[in-house]
Write a protein of this length. Structure first.
Length: 148
């Protein structure tokens, strides 16, 4: 005999109750999932490129490596780029000054000791330094640099 309820009918096991609020939340979540799927599909379609268009995008020459092209953002840069003289402005002559002075001093010390024997070493050094101030070998005397 089947299990009977109080009134004589068969009993049914009912699932958990779902409220109207829970139904609305489930429907809202389903709607958002559907919208995201449609959006992803539109994005995938938009990101696809035809083979001809892709070939045009890929087959572009890289002008960054072209040395014939001159790019400048200011007038000074354009003039510097168009300058055809071999001698460029020395931007940091002070970096070479010490080495240049030592070579100059070594060369001039021998010459001064032969021309003016009997002086003290400090006197030779003073004379060499005065010559160095006026020398063309001094990078600070080069054209375009300002001496202080």
């Amino acid at each position: 005999m089947a299990a009977s309820s109080k009134k004589g009918g068969t009993s049914r096991v009912a699932g958990p109750k779902v409220t109207h609020h829970e139904l609305r939340l489930q429907q809202e979540a389903q709607r958002k999932a559907d919208e995201q799927a449609v959006k992803a599909q539109k994005t995938a379609v938009r990101n696809t490129v035809e083979p001809e268009a892709y070939a045009r995008m890929v087959d572009v020459e890289n002008v960054n490596r072209n040395e014939d092209v001159i790019e400048a953002t200011t007038v000074d840069q354009a003039l510097a780029a168009l300058d055809v003289t071999e001698e460029k402005e020395d931007r940091h002559p002070e970096r070479r000054r010490k080495a240049a002075y030592l070579a100059f001093e070594e060369r001039e010390l021998d010459r001064l000791q032969q021309d003016k024997p009997g002086l003290k070493h400090s006197q030779y050094k003073d004379m060499i330094f005065k010559q160095w101030q006026k020398s063309r070998e001094n990078p600070m005397n080069a054209v375009g640099t300002v001496t202080k």
